[in-house]
Design a protein around this ligand. Structure first.
Ligand SMILES: [Zn+2]
Length: 472
């Protein structure tokens, strides 16, 4: 199913190891790694620094598909660096400044497998570990329709009337220079300029009133909660906005494309009307909603899936009730509490699917146990059981097992340790790890701590074994 991105002879000649093979310099300053170290997506992310803030000035023209950007990135060096790398794919950098001074830079296109794309910045003076810097990158190009490792559209996906932006797992680099790993969370400001009449929507809250000049309108969005890059968005289209009020007066901004069909609009409006009630429900499970706003972007175009973009999920064509519950639950499990590595994707999808089951039961639908039973009825020789949720492989990151077997594992855990311990685990998971990064080992340890039970064999059977669990 995998369709690689364009690979050229030039791309094959300029591979990352060449850079790593540079002889060690006499001083102790070294190039920052061009890998963030993720086992599934080693080309994503980088080493040697930590980003605290992205200020993204973007200008997009749907008629030409051209995106121009100026990214101002605040970072702290975590090693002594004479160069460092940002992920940037398919776009061309024209200028790089470090602390206002012109810096050298080189773009390494993606290697043969199409993953990655590095902007390597050489700095004078060099960066000392612990020092903070501002890196300004001017860049632009035509993102088109980038594809993920499975061949699905992701990143900055252009359509005739705008763009749908959904980056999971490492597609943020298709629209801005970034340390594209879930562990380097940062705050964001977005200033997005589009033709007058279009609406640009990002994460967080709208700042002021959009301003129009010369036939172009600028929308300013501010996301003050730490955010992993895969959860950023800057979707553009023909939207109308409606607002709701969540718990404690929290703003909810909903954007529906004017071109949605009547039935999709009706479905989406009915689902989104439930959002305040859903937030209250999941606060009962996971504790206080972790961010400062919520809402939805319902596009009339499709990438074939919805994504839990932080504070403002994107929906392809329609927002059904189950999907809205799922993407909302991700704000706690996935967005605030984020896997360190993509191997642990079930900590996102198993939990969000389980949350969907809880919501469905609360609405008088199938009980959680009935939904577990339906999954568990899958025959032992079905391919479904061959994908372990705790290590699904990069090509099957979004396999059914990641979602349904992950959720079934949680229900099995609930039966094993009892309701009081199980719900204490869910709440502690969300509150103790808020705004952080986690591993499956962390979840096992928490479950053992709260239940007082030894659960290694349980998690081995449910999360790691490529066979149907029969005893656990
Ligand atoms: Zn999900």
């Amino acid at each position: 199913m995998r369709r690689p991105l364009v690979a050229t002879a030039v791309a094959m000649a300029l591979t990352v190891p060449l850079l790593a093979a540079t002889p060690a310099l006499a001083d102790r300053y070294d190039p920052g790694s061009t890998s963030g170290g993720d086992p599934y997506f080693p080309a994503a992310g980088n080493g040697g620094y930590d980003v605290s803030h992205y200020d993204l000035g973007l200008s997009y023209d749907p008629a030409t598909g051209r995106l121009d950007g100026t990214a101002v990135i605040s970072l702290t060096a975590t090693a002594d660096l004479d160069s460092f790398s940002l992920d940037l794919r398919g776009l061309t950098a024209t200028s790089v400044l470090v602390d206002g001074k012109k810096a050298g830079f080189q773009q390494l296109p993606p290697p043969e497998d199409g993953r990655g794309g590095e902007l390597v910045v050489t700095t004078r003076p060099k960066l000392k570990a612990g020092s903070t810097h501002t890196v300004t990158v001017v860049y632009g190009g035509v993102p088109g329709k980038p594809e993920d490792i499975e061949g699905a559209n992701y990143g900055f996906v252009s359509f005739a009337d705008g763009a749908l932006v959904a980056n999971e797992p490492e597609g943020a680099s298709t629209w801005y220079p970034v340390n594209d790993v879930p562990t380097d969370k940062a705050t964001y400001d977005f200033r997005i300029t589009v033709p007058e009449g279009k609406t640009a929507i990002a994460n967080g809250e709208l700042v002021g009133t959009p301003t129009t000049s010369g036939g172009r309108t600028t929308f300013v969005w501010r996301a003050t909660d730490p955010m992993a890059s895969y959860l950023s968005t800057a979707s553009i289209g023909d939207y109308t906005m409606t607002t709701q009020v969540g718990p404690r007066g929290m703003p909810i901004y909903n954007f529906l494309e004017r071109d949605l069909t009547a039935s999709r609009r009706a479905t989406s409006e009915a689902s989104l009307a439930l959002q305040p009630q859903m937030i209250a429900f999941f606060e009962g499970v996971y504790g206080p909603y972790p961010f400062t706003s919520f809402g939805a972007i319902v596009d009339d175009d499709s990438v074939g899936y919805a994504l839990e973009t932080q504070t403002r999920p994107v929906y392809s064509r329609s927002a059904t009730e189950g999907t809205v519950a799922h993407e909302l639950a991700h704000q706690w499990v996935g967005n605030s509490v984020t896997p360190e590595q993509w191997t642990d994707i079930w900590l996102n999808e198993g939990f969000a699917t389980y949350s969907e089951w809880l919501w469905s039961e609360s609405r008088g639908g199938d009980t959680v146990q009935e939904q577990f039973d339906a999954v568990y009825a899958t025959p032992a020789d079905d391919e479904f059981w061959t994908t372990p949720p705790g290590d699904p492989s990069p090509e099957t990151l979004f396999a059914a097992a990641t979602y349904d077997r992950g959720a079934a594992a949680l229900q099995a855990l609930r039966v094993a340790i009892g309701d009081p311990a199980f719900f204490a685990v869910l709440r502690a998971w969300a509150t103790e790890n808020a705004d952080g990064n986690v591993t499956t080992a962390d979840f096992v340890a928490l479950s053992e701590r709260i239940s007082g039970q030894q659960l290694d064999a349980f998690f081995q059977a449910w999360i790691y074994a490529p066979v149907k669990p029969t005893t656990w």
